[in-house]
Every structure is written in structure tokens, then in C-alpha cells.
Design a binder for this molecule. Structure first.
Ligand SMILES: Nc1ncnc2c1ncn2[C@@H]1O[C@H](COP(=O)(O)OP(=O)(O)OP(=O)(O)O)[C@@H](O)[C@H]1O
Ligand SMILES: O=C(O)C1=C[C@@H](O)[C@@H](O)[C@H](O)C1
Ligand SMILES: [Mg+2]
Length: 196
């Protein structure tokens, strides 16, 4: 990388870090959108802690998400998710990647709206399907036609994800590029809110 390009990359991180301040950055969106993998890179670029709410739920419960769904059902899982997300957002700055249904739950969405800047990683069906069909760990997709189920979730959830502060299109490009686009969007959002 040339010296000039290095400077541009550094200033992107620095400017995004300054724009975020002490707020949390919370990634929302459907399964496979890249919340966990892109979130981890964004946190490392900003040099702030990264936490994945699904992993935190598994850590505190000492069960996998699939086990939690099987043992207690989705409603109990959502109640636990709401408590965990609320706690994770108590202090900042952090990057918090949420589970796909977190922002859809009214209680959890309130915690997210109050707890920082939310970013929806929005992807189309084929991108999501290409990514999620490789693993069968997601309880909501254990259906006869998981691609159709995913499409149904998109239709039901996209109007709600659209309430996030920022939307970034999650495409078939390298995760590092997606992370840079999130940083750029954070800077833009701060400029817009300062101007209004
Ligand atoms: N930009 C990308 N390019 C290629 N592969 C990607 C990209 N983003 C994510 N992936 C891959 O897609 C899969 C799903 O990504 P990830 O786990 O980050 O999604 P998620 O939004 O956290 O999903 P979930 O809601 O199920 O936790 C992973 O295997 C990841 O490596
Ligand atoms: O989209 C969803 O509702 C979910 C997504 C995953 O991240 C997990 O939180 C769980 O499998 C539920
Ligand atoms: Mg994830």
C-alpha cells in the first residue's frame, strides 16, 4: 500500500472513531447479513471492544442457541436476549452484533435505540441464502423449505430493520470492504445529525 493510501485508511478509522464518541455501534439485520463477521472487523478498526449478543447468550446460559430454542422455546429466548442486549449496551463505546431477531422484538429494539447508533446490514435473498445454507445451526431455518422461510422473514422484518439509524448494503464483497462502508456511514450519519 502506498504511503498516501495508508493515510487515507488511518483517517477513515480516526474519523469514524471520533464520530462515534462514547456511543455503542449496534449491528442489526437478518441471518447471514454479516453482523458478526463485519462487526468484529469494525471493532478492531475502531480499537474498541466487540461483543456478539448470540455468543454472549450462549456463554451466560452455557447452552447453544439451538439448545435454548429446543428447551425453552422462542419466547423465552427473546426474553433472555432482551436482558443480555440491555446489559451489553449499558456502557460504551462498543461494537455489538445482535442476533437476527433482536431488533424485531419490541423490548430489545427499545434498548438498542436507546443504547447507541444502530446499523442495518441489508442484503438480498440470494446473498443471504448463499451464506446461511452452509450451516444448519439456525433453529428458525429448520423447515421444509428454508429458502422460502428466509424470504418470509425478509418480508416481515425489513420494514422493522428499516428503523435503524443507518442502512448499509451488504453485498458480495470482501468483509473488510463492508467494514469500511460501515465506518463511512458512521461518519456520514454524524455529519447529517450535526447539520440538522
Ligand atoms: N462480505 C462477506 N463476504 C463473504 N462472506 C461473508 C461476508 N459477510 C459474511 N460472510 C459469511 O457469511 C456467513 C454469515 O455471516 P455472519 O455470521 O457474520 O452473519 P450474521 O449476520 O452474524 O448472522 P446471524 O444472525 O445468524 O448471527 C459467515 O460464514 C461469514 O463468513
Ligand atoms: O433471526 C433470528 O431470529 C435469529 C438469528 C440468530 O442470530 C439467532 O439469534 C437465532 O437463531 C434467531
Ligand atoms: Mg451473528
Amino acid at each position: 500500500m502506498s504511503e498516501q493510501l495508508l493515510t487515507v485508511a488511518d483517517s477513515l478509522k480516526d474519523r469514524a472513531r471520533a464520530a462515534l464518541g462514547s456511543r455503542n455501534l449496534i449491528l442489526v439485520g437478518l441471518m447471514g447479513a454479516g453482523k458478526s463477521s463485519v462487526g468484529r472487523i469494525v471493532a478492531s478498526q475502531l480499537a474498541i471492544p466487540f461483543i456478539d449478543s448470540d455468543l454472549e447468550i450462549e456463554r451466560v446460559s452455557r447452552m447453544t442457541i439451538a439448545e435454548l430454542f429446543a428447551a425453552y422455546g422462542e419466547q423465552e429466548f427473546r426474553a433472555l436476549e432482551a436482558r443480555v442486549v440491555k446489559r451489553l449496551l449499558k456502557s460504551g463505546p462498543r461494537v455489538v452484533s445482535t442476533g437476527g431477531g433482536a431488533f424485531i422484538n419490541d423490548r430489545t429494539r427499545k434498548h438498542i435505540k436507546k443504547g447507541g447508533l444502530s446499523v442495518w446490514l441489508k442484503a438480498d435473498l440470494d446473498v443471504l441464502w448463499e451464506r446461511v445454507n452452509k450451516r444448519d445451526t439456525r433453529p428458525l431455518l429448520k423447515t421444509e423449505n428454508p429458502k422460502q422461510t428466509l424470504e418470509g422473514l425478509m418480508n416481515a422484518r425489513y420494514p422493522i430493520y428499516a428503523q435503524a439509524d443507518i442502512t448499509v448494503l451488504s453485498r458480495d464483497v470482501r468483509k473488510e470492504i463492508m467494514a469500511d462502508e460501515v465506518l463511512e456511514a458512521v461518519i456520514e450519519a454524524q455529519k447529517e445529525s450535526a447539520a440538522s
